[in-house]
Design a binder for this molecule. Structure first.
Ligand SMILES: Cc1cc2nc3c(=O)[nH]c(=O)nc-3n(C[C@H](O)[C@H](O)[C@H](O)COP(=O)(O)O)c2cc1C
Ligand SMILES: O=C(O)C(=O)c1ccccc1
Length: 383
């Protein structure tokens, strides 16, 4: 078959012409490979959810309850999935969710993820509990887009200091995670006796922080772990704390972990610039509503007044389309890229992204969608 090299429409054919056998092409296949490579502790930590993993399963099932009703004969030659988010032009509506302690998957951890994200032009949301410091990660990314995820600290000055550092290092938004005021109940980790935080895999940002350091009598990994654990679980977090954060940064602030439409309205009232509809990938409150089920009610409550992102269960290009059609302005993925990282480092993350974006492009074409504006409820049916 004659196949033009740079022709987008022949994406799949050119791909099949290449050797596609070397790396997995689905979430399930990446998970099988990662299972072979990783010890039980890290594998279960990454793949697992809380409780009986009801919400973890619900996140996936929710996507099957919607079907795309494709439109035909719409000339999709010049389609594009680009979006504008906080003034930033992005070629796709996909971001890498904040995932902490990435050295448990691969020794290069966030540095590998950052390089793959930068190469793909996809924003990387760097976690507070990353294995490399936010400055080191920024250095590998040049001008590529990056956001910083904040875990609130009991010691507000530590939070303020981290946000200042993120701003100085070229991060362009702050994602405050509000669903992790304590750790979810994770049976797998209890069974394995595994705590990557305790093992010191998430210290980098703290150890580098001048305010945090000033709180320790002696800066040792052991002391740092104890101090982090004292500070990171913060059941007293309340709407009043958003004002403090607002005073300490001029960057857009997103609240991650919103599931109730009333909380979406409160986020607006308290000056948030965006929200992430998320149940933390089914890792926090088991039995919680799936993110996709929560989305339409939240989109309605927000009514276009601020960007709504979604994560938890996005696995395929069609999933991206469904979330966008139900009101998301962008989506984030967590476990999919972590499995790629575990199996093949930077190349693995790059491959996961390449597959997802390829699927999204084909799904846009076959659903008759030229731009993200075509991704609206008129192309979905509840099944
Ligand atoms: C291993 C792991 C670590 C995570 N660490 C963080 C974190 O540090 N901060 C945060 O806000 N969310 C964290 N999350 C949640 C993700 O940001 C995201 O909400 C979730 O992975 C999305 O669901 P998905 O894995 O089904 O794509 C973590 C998720 C995983 C799997
Ligand atoms: O594992 C997680 O999902 C997570 O978000 C987290 C929270 C606190 C410390 C380390 C990771």
């Amino acid at each position: 078959m004659a196949v033009a090299k740079d022709n987008k429409e022949t994406y799949l054919f050119t791909r099949v012409d290449k050797n596609t056998k070397s790396l997995p092409v689905s979430f399930e296949d990446w998970a099988l490979k990662a299972r072979e490579i990783l010890p039980d502790g890290p594998f279960d930590y990454i793949i697992g959810g809380s409780g009986v993993e009801e919400t973890l399963a619900a996140n996936i099932k929710a996507f099957s309850r919607w079907a795309i009703v494709p439109r035909m004969l719409r000339d999709v030659t010049h389609r594009s999935a680009h979006i504008t988010l906080f003034g930033q032009q992005l070629r796709t509506p996909v971001l890498l969710a904040p995932v902490g302690m990435q050295a448990i998957a691969h020794p290069d951890g966030e540095l590998a993820t950052a390089r793959a994200a930068a190469a793909a032009g996809i924003p990387f949301v760097v976690s507070t509990v990353s294995s490399y410091s936010l400055e080191q990660i920024a250095q590998t990314m040049g001008d590529a887009p990056r956001w910083f995820q904040l875990y609130w600290s009991n010691d507000r000055e530590v939070s303020a200091s981290m946000v200042r550092r993120a701003e100085a290092a070229g991060y362009s938004a702050i994602v405050l995670t509000v669903d992790t005021i304590m750790q979810g109940w994770k049976r797998r980790d209890l069974r394995n006796g595994y705590s990557p935080l305790r093992e010191g895999k998430g210290l980098a940002n703290y150890i580098q922080d001048p305010v945090f350091r000033s709180r320790l009598t002696e800066v040792t990994p052991e002391n740092a772990v104890e101090e982090i654990i004292r500070g990171i679980y913060h059941p007293a977090l309340s709407w009043g704390d958003i004002a403090f954060l607002r005073e300490h940064t001029s960057l857009p602030i997103l609240l991650k972990g919103i599931l109730h439409p009333e909380d979406a309205k409160l986020a607006l009232e308290h000056g948030a610039d965006g929200i992430v509809v998320s149940n933390h990938g089914g890792r926090q409150l088991d039995g919680a509503v799936s993110a996709l089920e929560a989305l339409p009610g939240i989109a309605e409550a927000v009514n276009g007044r601020l960007p709504v992102l979604l994560d938890s269960g996005v696995r395929t290009g069609s999933d991206v389309i469904k979330a966008m059609a139900l009101g998301a302005n962008a989506v984030m993925i967590g476990r999919p890229f972590m499995l790629g990282l575990a199996v093949a480092g930077e190349q693995g993350v790059a491959s996961v992204l390449d597959t997802l974006l390829g699927e999204l492009d084909v799904a846009m074409a076959l659903s008759g969608s030229n731009t993200v504006a075509d991704l609206n409820p008129s192309i979905l049916v509840r099944v």
